[in-house]
Design a protein around this ligand. Sequence first.
Ligand code: 0RQ
Length: 503
Amino acid sequence: MPTVTSIPIITATEAAALINDRDIIGFSGFTPAGAAKDIPTAIAARASEEHAQGRPFKIGVVTGASTGDSLDGELARANAMLFRTPYQSCKDLRVQINKGETCFYDMHLSMLPQAARYGFLGKVKYAVVEAASVSEEGEIVLTTSVGASNTFCNVADKILIELNEAHPAELQGLHDIYEPLDPPHRREIPLYSCSDRCGSPVLKVDPEKIIGIVKTNRPDEVGGFKDTDEVTKRIGENVAIFLAEEIKAGRIPKEFLPIQSGVGNIANAVLGALGENPNIPPFEMYSEVVQDSVIGLMRSGDVKFASATSLTVSPPVLKEVYEDLEFFKQRMVLRPQEISNHPEIVRRLGIISINTAIEADIWGNINSTHVMGNNLMNGIGGSGDFTRNAYISIFTCPSVAKGGAISTIVPMVAHLDHSEHSVQVLVTDQGVADLRGKDPAERAREIVDKCAHPEYRDQLHAYFDDVKDGHTPQTLRTAFAMHEAFMQKKDMRGVDWSSKYSK
Ligand code: 0RQ
């Protein structure tokens, strides 16, 4: 599909000049994949100029999930964000959010598009969307992510396109764009397997709304992964052994079920381990992100098909994909995040969800987002969309952080993202706690004995072993004693429940 030139070709600075103080903008991007780059950077420069003149200039920033540095980093450093939603992983932005200088709404990613359509986020004035090509009729071929770009183009008054030559126009056919009707007219989403398609390969927009095309040639700002170390390797192996045993026991069908996997170093290691375990059959993925390890697993035949909303791979791996695009287009589809993360599909397909926790408590509650209860790390992302509706929901984390000074297994999570009702299995480098069918006291013993680091096991047992009150033997007065110990002396070890923290 050739890109037409009847739509004005403008510079990023000209595009930024169209934006006004307090405008709400929906930017493409789900992770740095497919994120707008030149226009947000130019808006950040515009904000700095306005601030230098003593004028206010801040915009509302709505995206699919996290983005790259030229969007979140530039706008944060220019102090140009009125608010930010639904997810971020940018160091400079995180600092601003934790200082209370930028408002951040942490949202389930599947719900962001409908919230934009319902008007819950305010009026989205502009959609700024990266494209591999665009036609006179308003047909846009998206790049390495779909995210919420379809919805932003649908709800925005005006559309600005970043036509990025770093992505080949041959990407056409990789995407499946489908947007549900809103209540009371919504029907079922007609997807019954990972590889089904129910939408259009191109995003169709009203061509009258496209007010400019900015030409660019910039790669996605996706970082590499840390090499798998002993701890992440053991976590991965523990997940793989658990799932292989579930197949053997007949609790997972022998042909296996689709896998969802979170992002980050641990998630990457877990996927690698699934591929290496001879007792796990080749599998499909219904996830939100395709990351580096999946590409290798597609080559080896261990991953048969992957449905996601973004192709978040490091630059050398993206080069490999583009050099053999037909191979990967047969094995991959990128959908809107509303569909990739939709609870209806997750429950229907029987997804096995695997996400990473910051900390877990001995009852099975999970904190995915806040360090020591107050400092935001990234956000809940899609982990809640999948966990709450999974066939089996798994959380992984190392048993300790910060060289052993933090136990990731605590009496009570300092912030709650996923409750004990949604979490079925917890896996650390120490082992696997299977929480299914267990009451709170049984869960506490299972988690401490199987998942806590040996250095913390006696301490954690001492917290609940002798407490006989109630269905959940929690002691509110001492529940955060380990967190308090870390805040006072930078170490959770050696908490004495019988003296200062006596029950
Ligand atoms: O800090 O880098 O300074 O050492 O947290 O921890 O172990 O490298 O793990 O990269 O996999 O990220 C939960 C943040 C894990 C991520 C989280 C410190 C630790 C380290 C990172 P350093 P690791 P990962 C789909 C699903 C929520 C969203 C989600 C996440 C840093 O997986 O954001 O699941 N998940 N989305 O030292 C203090 C603790 C700690 C701790 C770890 N208990 N206390 N610090 N750390 N545990 C994706 C999307 O939705 C797009």
